[in-house]
Design a protein around this ligand. Structure first.
Ligand SMILES: [Zn+2]
Length: 564
Protein backbone atom coordinates (compact mmCIF):
# COMPACT_ATOMS: atom_id res chain seq x y z
CA UNK A 1 0.00 0.00 0.00
CA UNK A 2 2.78 2.35 1.04
CA UNK A 3 4.78 1.47 -2.08
CA UNK A 4 1.77 1.87 -4.29
CA UNK A 5 1.17 5.36 -2.85
CA UNK A 6 4.82 6.31 -3.42
CA UNK A 7 4.54 5.09 -6.98
CA UNK A 8 1.38 7.13 -7.52
CA UNK A 9 3.10 10.13 -5.99
CA UNK A 10 6.11 9.63 -8.23
CA UNK A 11 3.93 9.33 -11.32
CA UNK A 12 2.06 12.45 -10.27
CA UNK A 13 5.25 14.45 -9.82
CA UNK A 14 6.64 13.19 -13.11
CA UNK A 15 3.45 14.21 -14.89
CA UNK A 16 3.52 17.60 -13.20
CA UNK A 17 7.14 18.11 -14.17
CA UNK A 18 6.47 17.06 -17.75
CA UNK A 19 3.44 19.30 -17.84
CA UNK A 20 5.50 22.24 -16.61
CA UNK A 21 8.27 21.52 -19.10
CA UNK A 22 5.81 21.37 -21.99
CA UNK A 23 4.25 24.59 -20.83
CA UNK A 24 7.56 26.41 -20.53
CA UNK A 25 8.42 25.31 -24.05
CA UNK A 26 5.08 25.99 -25.67
CA UNK A 27 3.83 29.11 -23.90
CA UNK A 28 5.82 32.23 -24.69
CA UNK A 29 5.98 34.99 -22.10
CA UNK A 30 5.06 37.54 -24.69
CA UNK A 31 3.18 37.72 -27.97
CA UNK A 32 4.65 40.69 -29.81
CA UNK A 33 2.50 41.69 -32.78
CA UNK A 34 4.32 44.14 -35.03
CA UNK A 35 2.51 45.91 -37.84
CA UNK A 36 4.39 48.03 -40.34
CA UNK A 37 1.83 50.41 -41.80
CA UNK A 38 1.95 50.36 -45.58
CA UNK A 39 4.83 47.87 -45.93
CA UNK A 40 3.86 46.53 -49.35
CA UNK A 41 4.82 42.88 -49.87
CA UNK A 42 7.75 43.59 -52.21
CA UNK A 43 9.56 46.40 -50.37
CA UNK A 44 11.89 44.25 -48.24
CA UNK A 45 13.00 42.27 -51.32
CA UNK A 46 13.82 45.51 -53.10
CA UNK A 47 16.00 46.76 -50.28
CA UNK A 48 17.44 43.39 -49.19
CA UNK A 49 21.05 44.37 -49.96
CA UNK A 50 21.05 47.11 -47.32
CA UNK A 51 19.10 45.35 -44.54
CA UNK A 52 21.07 44.58 -41.38
CA UNK A 53 21.39 41.12 -39.83
CA UNK A 54 19.22 41.52 -36.78
CA UNK A 55 16.25 43.69 -37.86
CA UNK A 56 13.85 42.39 -40.50
CA UNK A 57 16.42 39.70 -41.21
CA UNK A 58 15.96 38.20 -37.75
CA UNK A 59 12.45 37.27 -38.92
CA UNK A 60 13.26 36.71 -42.60
CA UNK A 61 16.11 34.29 -41.95
CA UNK A 62 14.97 32.60 -38.72
CA UNK A 63 11.20 32.72 -38.96
CA UNK A 64 8.42 31.22 -41.03
CA UNK A 65 7.73 33.80 -43.73
CA UNK A 66 4.63 33.98 -45.94
CA UNK A 67 5.67 35.91 -49.02
CA UNK A 68 2.29 35.98 -50.74
CA UNK A 69 -0.35 37.14 -48.25
CA UNK A 70 -3.27 39.16 -49.61
CA UNK A 71 -6.11 40.94 -47.87
CA UNK A 72 -9.55 39.61 -48.81
CA UNK A 73 -11.37 42.94 -48.46
CA UNK A 74 -11.62 45.71 -51.05
CA UNK A 75 -11.05 48.84 -48.94
CA UNK A 76 -7.38 48.41 -48.10
CA UNK A 77 -7.15 51.15 -45.48
CA UNK A 78 -5.43 51.34 -42.11
CA UNK A 79 -8.27 50.61 -39.70
CA UNK A 80 -9.66 47.87 -41.94
CA UNK A 81 -6.31 46.06 -42.13
CA UNK A 82 -5.51 46.47 -38.44
CA UNK A 83 -8.98 45.26 -37.35
CA UNK A 84 -8.60 42.27 -39.69
CA UNK A 85 -5.20 41.35 -38.24
CA UNK A 86 -6.63 41.79 -34.75
CA UNK A 87 -9.82 39.74 -35.12
CA UNK A 88 -9.10 37.25 -37.90
CA UNK A 89 -12.39 38.43 -39.43
CA UNK A 90 -13.23 40.45 -42.53
CA UNK A 91 -14.83 43.93 -42.30
CA UNK A 92 -18.24 42.47 -43.16
CA UNK A 93 -18.02 40.92 -39.69
CA UNK A 94 -15.68 43.12 -37.58
CA UNK A 95 -17.49 46.20 -38.86
CA UNK A 96 -14.49 48.48 -39.47
CA UNK A 97 -15.34 49.00 -43.14
CA UNK A 98 -13.25 52.13 -43.68
CA UNK A 99 -11.38 54.95 -42.02
CA UNK A 100 -14.60 56.94 -42.39
CA UNK A 101 -18.19 55.80 -42.77
CA UNK A 102 -21.65 57.24 -42.58
CA UNK A 103 -23.03 57.04 -39.08
CA UNK A 104 -26.77 56.36 -39.15
CA UNK A 105 -27.18 57.63 -35.56
CA UNK A 106 -25.71 61.08 -36.16
CA UNK A 107 -26.61 61.42 -39.83
CA UNK A 108 -23.02 62.38 -40.61
CA UNK A 109 -19.80 60.87 -41.79
CA UNK A 110 -17.68 59.84 -38.83
CA UNK A 111 -14.17 58.65 -38.01
CA UNK A 112 -13.85 54.93 -37.27
CA UNK A 113 -12.72 55.04 -33.61
CA UNK A 114 -14.23 58.34 -32.53
CA UNK A 115 -16.19 58.17 -29.30
CA UNK A 116 -17.42 61.37 -27.62
CA UNK A 117 -17.86 59.36 -24.38
CA UNK A 118 -14.14 58.60 -24.23
CA UNK A 119 -12.40 62.00 -24.21
CA UNK A 120 -8.64 62.22 -24.56
CA UNK A 121 -6.73 62.56 -21.32
CA UNK A 122 -4.72 65.78 -21.57
CA UNK A 123 -0.96 65.49 -21.19
CA UNK A 124 -0.26 69.17 -20.63
CA UNK A 125 -2.01 72.19 -19.15
CA UNK A 126 -2.76 73.61 -22.53
CA UNK A 127 -2.21 71.30 -25.46
CA UNK A 128 -0.93 72.95 -28.60
CA UNK A 129 -2.94 72.31 -31.72
CA UNK A 130 -1.04 71.35 -34.84
CA UNK A 131 -2.41 71.34 -38.37
CA UNK A 132 -4.30 68.14 -39.20
CA UNK A 133 -3.29 66.60 -42.53
CA UNK A 134 -5.02 63.22 -42.13
CA UNK A 135 -8.28 63.54 -44.13
CA UNK A 136 -9.90 60.71 -42.14
CA UNK A 137 -9.21 62.41 -38.78
CA UNK A 138 -10.77 65.62 -40.10
CA UNK A 139 -14.13 63.82 -40.19
CA UNK A 140 -14.12 63.23 -36.44
CA UNK A 141 -16.37 65.59 -34.49
CA UNK A 142 -14.88 64.86 -31.10
CA UNK A 143 -11.37 64.05 -29.95
CA UNK A 144 -12.61 61.03 -27.96
CA UNK A 145 -11.31 57.62 -29.05
CA UNK A 146 -12.26 54.04 -28.18
CA UNK A 147 -12.70 50.58 -29.73
CA UNK A 148 -16.51 50.89 -29.37
CA UNK A 149 -16.98 50.44 -33.13
CA UNK A 150 -15.23 47.06 -33.22
CA UNK A 151 -17.99 44.49 -33.33
CA UNK A 152 -16.12 41.30 -32.45
CA UNK A 153 -13.27 40.25 -30.10
CA UNK A 154 -9.62 40.53 -31.02
CA UNK A 155 -6.92 37.94 -30.41
CA UNK A 156 -5.76 40.14 -27.53
CA UNK A 157 -9.28 40.07 -26.02
CA UNK A 158 -9.33 36.29 -26.41
CA UNK A 159 -5.99 35.96 -24.60
CA UNK A 160 -7.13 38.31 -21.84
CA UNK A 161 -10.32 36.35 -21.25
CA UNK A 162 -8.63 32.94 -21.50
CA UNK A 163 -6.08 34.02 -18.88
CA UNK A 164 -8.80 35.03 -16.44
CA UNK A 165 -7.74 38.65 -16.85
CA UNK A 166 -4.11 37.97 -15.92
CA UNK A 167 -2.54 38.61 -19.35
CA UNK A 168 -1.36 42.18 -19.78
CA UNK A 169 -2.54 43.63 -23.09
CA UNK A 170 -1.25 46.82 -24.73
CA UNK A 171 -1.40 48.41 -28.17
CA UNK A 172 0.81 51.36 -29.14
CA UNK A 173 1.28 53.18 -32.43
CA UNK A 174 2.05 56.38 -34.24
CA UNK A 175 -1.67 56.40 -35.19
CA UNK A 176 -4.62 56.25 -32.83
CA UNK A 177 -6.66 53.77 -34.90
CA UNK A 178 -3.75 51.34 -35.19
CA UNK A 179 -3.16 51.28 -31.43
CA UNK A 180 -6.85 51.01 -30.57
CA UNK A 181 -7.72 48.19 -33.01
CA UNK A 182 -5.09 45.76 -31.74
CA UNK A 183 -5.46 46.54 -28.03
CA UNK A 184 -9.06 45.36 -28.44
CA UNK A 185 -11.68 46.10 -25.83
CA UNK A 186 -9.79 44.65 -22.89
CA UNK A 187 -6.32 46.13 -23.46
CA UNK A 188 -4.85 49.61 -23.13
CA UNK A 189 -3.92 51.78 -26.12
CA UNK A 190 -1.48 54.69 -26.43
CA UNK A 191 -0.72 56.69 -29.57
CA UNK A 192 1.43 59.59 -30.79
CA UNK A 193 -0.09 63.04 -30.97
CA UNK A 194 0.74 65.15 -34.04
CA UNK A 195 -0.24 68.18 -31.91
CA UNK A 196 2.34 67.75 -29.15
CA UNK A 197 4.59 64.76 -29.81
CA UNK A 198 3.21 63.21 -26.60
CA UNK A 199 1.68 59.73 -26.31
CA UNK A 200 -2.03 59.88 -25.54
CA UNK A 201 -4.82 57.67 -24.33
CA UNK A 202 -8.50 58.19 -23.60
CA UNK A 203 -11.01 57.89 -20.79
CA UNK A 204 -12.05 54.52 -22.24
CA UNK A 205 -8.81 53.11 -20.90
CA UNK A 206 -8.00 55.08 -17.76
CA UNK A 207 -8.83 58.08 -15.59
CA UNK A 208 -5.29 59.37 -15.45
CA UNK A 209 -1.91 58.49 -16.90
CA UNK A 210 0.36 56.19 -14.92
CA UNK A 211 3.50 57.89 -13.65
CA UNK A 212 5.76 56.30 -16.28
CA UNK A 213 3.67 57.83 -19.11
CA UNK A 214 3.78 61.26 -17.45
CA UNK A 215 7.53 60.94 -17.04
CA UNK A 216 7.97 59.88 -20.68
CA UNK A 217 5.90 62.79 -21.97
CA UNK A 218 7.71 65.26 -19.69
CA UNK A 219 10.97 64.37 -21.42
CA UNK A 220 9.60 66.07 -24.58
CA UNK A 221 11.62 63.78 -26.82
CA UNK A 222 9.93 64.95 -30.02
CA UNK A 223 10.66 68.58 -29.15
CA UNK A 224 14.34 67.72 -28.84
CA UNK A 225 14.26 67.46 -32.66
CA UNK A 226 13.70 71.21 -32.86
CA UNK A 227 15.75 72.59 -35.72
CA UNK A 228 17.05 69.14 -36.67
CA UNK A 229 16.67 67.41 -40.02
CA UNK A 230 16.09 63.99 -41.52
CA UNK A 231 19.28 62.82 -43.21
CA UNK A 232 20.05 59.56 -45.00
CA UNK A 233 21.25 56.56 -42.98
CA UNK A 234 23.76 55.47 -45.64
CA UNK A 235 25.78 57.14 -48.35
CA UNK A 236 23.32 58.15 -51.07
CA UNK A 237 25.14 56.11 -53.73
CA UNK A 238 24.17 52.89 -51.92
CA UNK A 239 20.45 53.40 -52.45
CA UNK A 240 18.34 51.82 -55.19
CA UNK A 241 16.56 55.17 -55.63
CA UNK A 242 19.72 57.30 -55.26
CA UNK A 243 18.83 59.25 -58.41
CA UNK A 244 15.11 59.47 -57.66
CA UNK A 245 15.07 62.09 -54.92
CA UNK A 246 13.62 65.09 -56.70
CA UNK A 247 10.40 64.26 -58.50
CA UNK A 248 7.93 67.07 -59.21
CA UNK A 249 4.91 65.13 -57.99
CA UNK A 250 6.29 64.47 -54.50
CA UNK A 251 4.50 66.57 -51.86
CA UNK A 252 6.33 69.40 -50.14
CA UNK A 253 4.77 69.74 -46.66
CA UNK A 254 4.97 73.53 -46.47
CA UNK A 255 8.73 73.71 -46.66
CA UNK A 256 9.63 70.13 -45.62
CA UNK A 257 10.93 69.79 -49.16
CA UNK A 258 11.09 67.06 -51.77
CA UNK A 259 14.79 66.28 -51.36
CA UNK A 260 17.17 65.37 -48.55
CA UNK A 261 17.82 66.71 -45.99
CA UNK A 262 14.27 67.33 -44.77
CA UNK A 263 14.18 69.96 -42.00
CA UNK A 264 11.61 69.48 -39.22
CA UNK A 265 11.72 73.22 -38.55
CA UNK A 266 11.04 74.90 -35.22
CA UNK A 267 8.65 73.22 -32.75
CA UNK A 268 6.20 76.10 -33.13
CA UNK A 269 5.68 75.27 -36.83
CA UNK A 270 2.12 73.87 -37.11
CA UNK A 271 3.45 70.81 -38.99
CA UNK A 272 6.50 70.16 -36.78
CA UNK A 273 5.11 67.07 -35.01
CA UNK A 274 3.57 65.81 -38.25
CA UNK A 275 6.93 66.09 -40.03
CA UNK A 276 8.54 64.11 -37.22
CA UNK A 277 5.95 61.39 -37.92
CA UNK A 278 6.77 61.63 -41.65
CA UNK A 279 10.36 60.54 -41.00
CA UNK A 280 12.13 57.63 -39.29
CA UNK A 281 12.03 59.58 -36.00
CA UNK A 282 8.34 58.82 -35.37
CA UNK A 283 9.12 55.09 -35.28
CA UNK A 284 12.07 55.69 -32.96
CA UNK A 285 9.90 57.66 -30.55
CA UNK A 286 7.39 54.81 -30.60
CA UNK A 287 10.15 52.30 -29.86
CA UNK A 288 11.39 54.36 -26.93
CA UNK A 289 7.87 54.62 -25.55
CA UNK A 290 7.46 50.86 -26.03
CA UNK A 291 10.65 50.10 -24.11
CA UNK A 292 9.44 52.18 -21.17
CA UNK A 293 6.09 50.40 -21.32
CA UNK A 294 7.73 46.95 -21.25
CA UNK A 295 9.77 47.89 -18.19
CA UNK A 296 7.15 49.85 -16.26
CA UNK A 297 4.30 47.41 -16.88
CA UNK A 298 6.59 44.39 -16.35
CA UNK A 299 5.64 42.81 -19.66
CA UNK A 300 6.69 39.17 -20.15
CA UNK A 301 8.03 38.79 -16.63
CA UNK A 302 5.95 35.81 -15.47
CA UNK A 303 4.38 32.57 -16.73
CA UNK A 304 1.23 34.30 -17.96
CA UNK A 305 1.59 35.18 -21.65
CA UNK A 306 1.30 38.95 -22.20
CA UNK A 307 0.47 40.74 -25.45
CA UNK A 308 2.00 43.88 -26.92
CA UNK A 309 1.12 45.32 -30.31
CA UNK A 310 3.45 47.89 -31.85
CA UNK A 311 2.28 49.45 -35.10
CA UNK A 312 4.93 51.54 -36.84
CA UNK A 313 3.41 54.32 -38.95
CA UNK A 314 6.49 55.89 -40.57
CA UNK A 315 6.60 53.91 -43.82
CA UNK A 316 2.97 54.70 -44.64
CA UNK A 317 3.29 58.39 -43.77
CA UNK A 318 6.35 58.74 -45.97
CA UNK A 319 4.65 56.78 -48.79
CA UNK A 320 1.72 59.19 -48.84
CA UNK A 321 3.89 62.23 -49.46
CA UNK A 322 6.84 60.82 -51.44
CA UNK A 323 5.46 57.57 -52.91
CA UNK A 324 6.67 53.99 -52.39
CA UNK A 325 9.40 54.27 -55.06
CA UNK A 326 11.23 57.17 -53.50
CA UNK A 327 14.53 57.67 -51.77
CA UNK A 328 12.48 58.69 -48.72
CA UNK A 329 10.62 55.35 -48.66
CA UNK A 330 13.84 53.40 -49.05
CA UNK A 331 15.55 55.26 -46.22
CA UNK A 332 12.52 54.92 -43.94
CA UNK A 333 12.47 51.15 -44.41
CA UNK A 334 16.23 50.91 -43.77
CA UNK A 335 16.02 53.07 -40.65
CA UNK A 336 13.02 51.06 -39.41
CA UNK A 337 15.17 47.95 -39.95
CA UNK A 338 17.65 49.38 -37.39
CA UNK A 339 14.79 50.37 -35.08
CA UNK A 340 13.52 46.77 -35.19
CA UNK A 341 17.02 45.47 -34.44
CA UNK A 342 17.08 47.75 -31.40
CA UNK A 343 13.64 46.43 -30.35
CA UNK A 344 14.70 42.78 -30.74
CA UNK A 345 17.90 43.30 -28.72
CA UNK A 346 15.87 44.98 -26.01
CA UNK A 347 13.30 42.17 -25.95
CA UNK A 348 16.10 39.62 -25.79
CA UNK A 349 17.66 41.35 -22.80
CA UNK A 350 14.41 42.00 -20.90
CA UNK A 351 12.34 38.91 -21.74
CA UNK A 352 14.30 36.63 -24.08
CA UNK A 353 13.63 36.23 -27.78
CA UNK A 354 13.32 32.51 -27.08
CA UNK A 355 10.36 33.37 -24.83
CA UNK A 356 8.72 35.72 -27.31
CA UNK A 357 6.36 34.83 -30.13
CA UNK A 358 6.66 37.54 -32.78
CA UNK A 359 4.35 38.09 -35.73
CA UNK A 360 4.99 40.90 -38.21
CA UNK A 361 2.64 41.97 -40.99
CA UNK A 362 1.39 45.10 -42.73
CA UNK A 363 -2.12 46.55 -42.81
CA UNK A 364 -2.08 47.18 -46.58
CA UNK A 365 0.33 47.92 -49.41
CA UNK A 366 0.66 51.07 -51.49
CA UNK A 367 0.10 52.26 -55.06
CA UNK A 368 2.75 54.02 -57.07
CA UNK A 369 1.98 57.65 -57.75
CA UNK A 370 -0.05 57.92 -60.97
CA UNK A 371 2.40 60.43 -62.50
CA UNK A 372 5.24 57.95 -61.92
CA UNK A 373 3.23 55.13 -63.51
CA UNK A 374 2.49 57.44 -66.44
CA UNK A 375 6.15 58.38 -66.81
CA UNK A 376 6.89 54.67 -67.12
CA UNK A 377 4.25 54.22 -69.80
CA UNK A 378 1.18 53.07 -67.84
CA UNK A 379 -1.64 55.53 -68.34
CA UNK A 380 -3.07 56.68 -64.99
CA UNK A 381 -4.33 59.83 -63.34
CA UNK A 382 -6.04 61.27 -60.30
CA UNK A 383 -9.71 61.14 -59.45
CA UNK A 384 -11.15 62.87 -56.40
CA UNK A 385 -14.12 62.15 -54.16
CA UNK A 386 -15.79 65.47 -54.92
CA UNK A 387 -15.77 64.63 -58.66
CA UNK A 388 -17.53 61.33 -57.98
CA UNK A 389 -20.07 63.08 -55.74
CA UNK A 390 -20.86 65.82 -58.27
CA UNK A 391 -21.10 63.28 -61.11
CA UNK A 392 -23.47 61.15 -59.01
CA UNK A 393 -25.62 64.25 -58.43
CA UNK A 394 -25.62 65.04 -62.16
CA UNK A 395 -26.71 61.48 -62.91
CA UNK A 396 -29.42 61.80 -60.29
CA UNK A 397 -30.74 64.99 -61.94
CA UNK A 398 -30.54 63.60 -65.46
CA UNK A 399 -32.12 60.26 -64.65
CA UNK A 400 -34.55 61.08 -61.84
CA UNK A 401 -34.92 64.85 -62.03
CA UNK A 402 -33.54 65.41 -58.51
CA UNK A 403 -30.05 65.75 -57.06
CA UNK A 404 -31.29 65.18 -53.50
CA UNK A 405 -31.28 61.41 -53.97
CA UNK A 406 -27.52 61.43 -53.39
CA UNK A 407 -26.54 62.18 -49.82
CA UNK A 408 -22.76 62.03 -49.66
CA UNK A 409 -19.60 60.34 -50.82
CA UNK A 410 -16.53 59.34 -48.89
CA UNK A 411 -14.30 56.85 -50.62
CA UNK A 412 -15.15 54.06 -51.20
CA UNK A 413 -18.88 54.49 -50.57
CA UNK A 414 -21.58 56.64 -52.15
CA UNK A 415 -24.55 57.13 -49.84
CA UNK A 416 -28.09 57.63 -51.18
CA UNK A 417 -30.88 59.29 -49.24
CA UNK A 418 -33.48 56.58 -48.74
CA UNK A 419 -36.02 58.94 -47.20
CA UNK A 420 -35.95 61.21 -50.25
CA UNK A 421 -36.08 58.23 -52.63
CA UNK A 422 -39.16 56.90 -50.79
CA UNK A 423 -40.73 60.38 -50.73
CA UNK A 424 -40.42 60.64 -54.51
CA UNK A 425 -41.98 57.20 -54.88
CA UNK A 426 -38.85 55.84 -56.54
CA UNK A 427 -37.43 52.35 -56.27
CA UNK A 428 -34.17 52.31 -54.29
CA UNK A 429 -32.68 49.41 -56.28
CA UNK A 430 -33.38 51.09 -59.62
CA UNK A 431 -31.88 54.42 -58.48
CA UNK A 432 -28.85 52.70 -57.00
CA UNK A 433 -28.12 50.56 -60.06
CA UNK A 434 -28.64 53.42 -62.50
CA UNK A 435 -26.24 55.72 -60.64
CA UNK A 436 -23.70 52.89 -60.26
CA UNK A 437 -23.82 52.22 -64.00
CA UNK A 438 -23.19 55.92 -64.70
CA UNK A 439 -20.33 56.20 -62.18
CA UNK A 440 -18.61 53.12 -63.63
CA UNK A 441 -18.20 55.01 -66.91
CA UNK A 442 -16.15 57.84 -65.38
CA UNK A 443 -12.52 57.97 -66.56
CA UNK A 444 -10.26 56.20 -64.08
CA UNK A 445 -13.09 54.33 -62.36
CA UNK A 446 -12.57 50.57 -62.33
CA UNK A 447 -16.05 49.72 -61.09
CA UNK A 448 -19.09 50.93 -59.16
CA UNK A 449 -21.10 48.20 -57.50
CA UNK A 450 -24.56 48.74 -56.03
CA UNK A 451 -24.53 47.11 -52.61
CA UNK A 452 -27.89 45.38 -53.01
CA UNK A 453 -26.56 43.50 -56.05
CA UNK A 454 -23.62 42.02 -54.12
CA UNK A 455 -23.92 38.28 -54.21
CA UNK A 456 -25.74 38.42 -57.58
CA UNK A 457 -22.75 39.92 -59.37
CA UNK A 458 -20.67 37.84 -61.70
CA UNK A 459 -17.94 36.82 -59.33
CA UNK A 460 -14.53 38.43 -59.67
CA UNK A 461 -11.86 38.91 -57.01
CA UNK A 462 -12.93 42.57 -56.84
CA UNK A 463 -16.65 41.91 -56.31
CA UNK A 464 -15.81 39.20 -53.77
CA UNK A 465 -13.59 41.70 -51.95
CA UNK A 466 -16.38 44.31 -51.99
CA UNK A 467 -18.80 41.75 -50.55
CA UNK A 468 -16.35 40.97 -47.75
CA UNK A 469 -16.13 44.70 -47.07
CA UNK A 470 -19.90 45.10 -46.81
CA UNK A 471 -21.52 45.67 -43.44
CA UNK A 472 -25.23 46.33 -43.67
CA UNK A 473 -25.40 49.22 -41.18
CA UNK A 474 -22.13 50.91 -42.11
CA UNK A 475 -21.42 50.40 -45.79
CA UNK A 476 -22.91 52.78 -48.32
CA UNK A 477 -25.21 52.12 -51.27
CA UNK A 478 -22.56 51.99 -53.99
CA UNK A 479 -18.93 50.86 -53.70
CA UNK A 480 -16.69 52.79 -56.10
CA UNK A 481 -13.11 51.79 -56.92
CA UNK A 482 -10.46 52.98 -59.35
CA UNK A 483 -8.60 51.40 -62.24
CA UNK A 484 -5.10 50.09 -61.43
CA UNK A 485 -2.52 52.81 -60.64
CA UNK A 486 -5.18 55.53 -60.51
CA UNK A 487 -5.11 57.72 -57.42
CA UNK A 488 -8.55 57.98 -55.83
CA UNK A 489 -9.08 59.98 -52.65
CA UNK A 490 -9.98 63.40 -51.32
CA UNK A 491 -8.10 66.45 -52.53
CA UNK A 492 -5.27 67.53 -50.29
CA UNK A 493 -1.52 67.25 -49.85
CA UNK A 494 -1.41 63.52 -50.66
CA UNK A 495 0.93 62.17 -53.34
CA UNK A 496 0.22 58.44 -53.20
CA UNK A 497 -2.65 56.41 -51.83
CA UNK A 498 -3.63 52.87 -50.95
CA UNK A 499 -7.21 51.64 -50.55
CA UNK A 500 -7.87 49.81 -53.83
CA UNK A 501 -8.68 46.12 -54.26
CA UNK A 502 -5.62 45.71 -56.53
CA UNK A 503 -2.67 43.46 -55.68
CA UNK A 504 -0.19 46.25 -54.85
CA UNK A 505 -2.61 47.28 -52.07
CA UNK A 506 -3.61 43.80 -50.86
CA UNK A 507 -0.12 42.22 -50.90
CA UNK A 508 1.82 42.01 -47.63
CA UNK A 509 4.31 39.64 -46.06
CA UNK A 510 3.54 37.82 -42.80
CA UNK A 511 6.38 36.54 -40.61
CA UNK A 512 6.34 34.44 -37.45
CA UNK A 513 9.23 33.70 -35.15
CA UNK A 514 9.51 32.34 -31.66
CA UNK A 515 10.10 29.25 -29.54
CA UNK A 516 10.53 26.31 -31.88
CA UNK A 517 9.35 28.08 -35.04
CA UNK A 518 11.66 27.11 -37.86
CA UNK A 519 13.03 29.03 -40.80
CA UNK A 520 10.86 28.54 -43.86
CA UNK A 521 9.66 30.53 -46.86
CA UNK A 522 6.10 29.73 -47.87
CA UNK A 523 4.87 31.04 -51.21
CA UNK A 524 1.31 29.75 -51.32
CA UNK A 525 -1.53 32.27 -51.13
CA UNK A 526 -2.53 33.04 -47.54
CA UNK A 527 -4.52 35.87 -45.93
CA UNK A 528 -4.05 38.20 -42.97
CA UNK A 529 -7.27 36.76 -41.45
CA UNK A 530 -5.10 33.70 -40.81
CA UNK A 531 -2.86 35.53 -38.32
CA UNK A 532 -5.19 35.57 -35.29
CA UNK A 533 -6.24 31.89 -35.58
CA UNK A 534 -2.58 30.90 -35.99
CA UNK A 535 -1.53 32.83 -32.87
CA UNK A 536 -4.43 31.16 -31.03
CA UNK A 537 -3.38 27.69 -32.18
CA UNK A 538 0.23 28.32 -31.14
CA UNK A 539 -0.99 29.17 -27.64
CA UNK A 540 -3.55 26.38 -27.49
CA UNK A 541 -6.47 28.82 -27.41
CA UNK A 542 -9.73 28.80 -29.31
CA UNK A 543 -9.56 31.37 -32.10
CA UNK A 544 -11.13 34.82 -31.59
CA UNK A 545 -14.93 34.49 -31.66
CA UNK A 546 -15.48 35.63 -35.25
CA UNK A 547 -12.20 34.53 -36.85
CA UNK A 548 -12.66 33.31 -40.41
CA UNK A 549 -9.05 32.54 -41.27
CA UNK A 550 -7.21 29.24 -41.33
CA UNK A 551 -4.40 28.11 -39.08
CA UNK A 552 -1.14 28.50 -40.99
CA UNK A 553 -0.01 24.94 -40.51
CA UNK A 554 3.65 25.49 -41.42
CA UNK A 555 4.11 27.68 -38.33
CA UNK A 556 2.68 24.97 -36.09
CA UNK A 557 4.27 21.97 -37.71
CA UNK A 558 7.61 23.68 -37.37
CA UNK A 559 7.08 24.79 -33.78
CA UNK A 560 6.16 21.39 -32.39
CA UNK A 561 2.89 22.87 -31.13
CA UNK A 562 1.02 20.44 -33.40
CA UNK A 563 2.04 17.60 -31.10
CA UNK A 564 -0.06 18.96 -28.30
ZN1 LIG B 1 -2.18 52.02 -42.99
Amino acid sequence: MERQLTSIKRTFFLALLLGLCTQVFAQPRLVLQITVDGLRGDLLDRYAANLGEDGFNYLLTQGTVYTNAHYLHANTETIVGHATLATGATPAVHGMVGNVWYNADTGELGYNIEDPDAPLIPTREQAASGAQVDPAQLRARSSGRSPKGMLVPTFSDTLKVASGGKAKVFGISGKDRSAVALAGKTGVAYWYSTDTGDFLSSAYYMNEYPQWVRTWNEQRMAEALDGRQWTLLLDQSRYLFADNDDRPYEVDLKGYGRTFPHAYGPTKHPLFFTRVAVSPEGDRLLLDFGKKLIQAEEIGQDEVTDYLSISFSGVDAVNHFFGPSSLENEDTVLQLDRTLADLFHFIDKEIGLDQTLIVLAADHGMAEMPEYAKELGYDAGRIYGDEVLSHARELSVNLFDSQDLVKDFFRPYLYLDRAVIDERGLDHSIVSEAIATGLAEMPGIGGAVASHTLGNQISSPQTEAILRNHHKQRSGDIYVFQQPYWFFFDRGPVGAMHGSPWAYDTHVKIMFSGPGIKAAKIHRLVHPVDVAPTLSALLGLSPPAAAEGEVLVEVLSNSGASDR
